[in-house]
Design a protein around this ligand. Structure first.
Ligand code: NIG
Ligand code: FE
Length: 399
């Protein structure tokens, strides 16, 4: 199919981009896009397009690569409305967690749900993310109170992967330790849960929440080392409230990404710039919790590879729009629109170990967005309304 009447086609180069290269987009006016076998076969000026029998007129709007959301907790039960109200009256997120609420209350509700209930709850969230432009979405476990509940969450992601329009990438998240017996819990994660998840092919990566109210750096190291030994990718939630050394550990172990980074300082920025680990920032958390944003501007200026995710979850970011996450990254984290597009496409894919998507270049997956606007910057300019008219995955329109 030859897609024509594209007012503007904007794309980053394929593969992860770091530092100043994040701003180097190719922007083609009056463009056309040739898709064959679900892949981009050609992209360029309309006047230079090969002649093709099947043509589809996109109506004179801008086209960009489809987004990847590299960080979500889209499967949960219950709600956090009481936390939200308490926080609005000044109670801190960490205080609620330390009192046994917050993440732990979502764990109680999620552990009580069946796989079918979890699937039904998550489906509309994933549909909203896809409508917002994400053709690929990572989904974490992490609200299972025990291992059986953790496995049910990953089973739910497996069911959803077969019936939602986006490509889902499942991650096992080791989120918070039990109040007692944490050494034994970490051992069981390493010797029981990770081998079982690997054997059943339920996740492609393991993530750990490295934080004062969660896992220490040494516990995180043990879990991620076991994950690596099983051939799984590794990721971290680090520096959300305190820079404990999780980011440095992620860089040392060659993690795919380290996510959050709101409390990162110069040392963490330097470590990320010198590593192949993607720095994933989550501006929805800064907005929802009213906390400082991650230093994405400094990270890009230092030469790091920065991605943006929604962190969709009930406690710290009830944000189900990948496009809005990019718009917030411009406002709250100081990225330019071009850097934000790169952060939400090729770099977000790289945070999941994927290099076959995120750019409209020959051989890449033909996952792309027809925007409402004639100018690609409309994608990150719009707040609230949807800047995305139509999502295409493998060259096919979704929905
Ligand atoms: O990425 N901070 C840790 N985990 C999630 C929040 C989960 C929750 O509050 O339910 C996050 O922000
Ligand atoms: Fe998260």
């Amino acid at each position: 199919m030859l897609y024509t009447n594209i007012a503007q086609l904007a794309t980053s180069a394929p593969g992860p981009q770091r530092g100043a290269a994040m701003r180097e987009l190719t922007v083609i006016p009056d463009a056309a896009l040739l898709v064959r076998g679900g892949q981009v076969a050609w992209a360029g000026r309309r006047q230079d397009a090969p002649s093709w029998a099947d043509e589809c007129d996109l109506g004179g709007v801008a086209v960009v690569p489809a987004l990847t959301d590299p960080h979500t907790h889209a499967v949960w039960a219950g709600d956090r409305l009481a936390d939200f109200e308490a926080r609005a009256q000044g109670v801190a997120y960490e205080t609620i967690l330390a009192r046994g609420g917050g993440i732990r209350s979502t764990m109680r509700a999620t552990a009580a749900a069946t796989v079918d209930e979890l699937v039904a709850l998550a489906r509309p969230r994933l549909a909203a993310l896809t409508r917002s432009g994400a053709a690929t979405v990572e989904v974490k476990s992490g609200y299972g109170l025990d291992f059986a509940a953790e496995l049910r969450m990953l089973e739910a992601v497996g069911v959803l992967a077969r019936d939602v329009p986006a490509t889902l990438v499942p991650t096992l998240l080791i989120h918070v330790p039990p109040p007692e017996g944490r050494a034994g819990y970490v051992r069981e994660v390493c010797e029981g849960l990770i081998p079982e998840v690997t054997r059943r092919g339920l996740a492609s990566a393991v993530d750990v929440f490295c934080e004062r109210e969660a896992f220490s750096v040494e516990e995180t190291r043990a879990i991620l080392t076991a994950a690596r030994a099983h051939g799984l990718g590794i990721k971290l939630h680090a520096d959300q409230f305190h820079a404990l050394g999780g980011t440095e550990l992620a860089c040392e172990l060659g993690a795919l990404s380290v996510d959050h980074l709101e409390a990162s300082g110069e040392a963490q920025v330097r470590a990320l710039a010198a590593s192949g680990t993607v720095a994933t920032v989550l501006p929805g958390v800064s907005l929802h919790l009213g906390l400082p944003a991650a230093p994405a501007r400094s990270l890009v200026d230092a030469g790091a590879c920065v991605a943006v995710g929604t962190d969709l979850n009930p406690g710290s970011a009830p944000l189900s729009s990948a496009a809005l996450a990019l718009a917030l990254a411009v406002r709250l984290c100081g990225l330019t629109p071009a850097e934000a597009l790169t952060a939400g496409t090729v770099n977000a894919a790289a945070a999941l170990g994927l290099r076959d998507r995120g750019a409209l270049a020959r051989g890449q997956r033909a996952d792309f967005l027809a925007l409402e606007d004639r100018d690609w910057r409309g994608l990150v300019y719009t707040l609230g309304g949807s800047p995305v008219r139509q999502v295409y995955r493998g060259g096919q329109p979704l929905g």
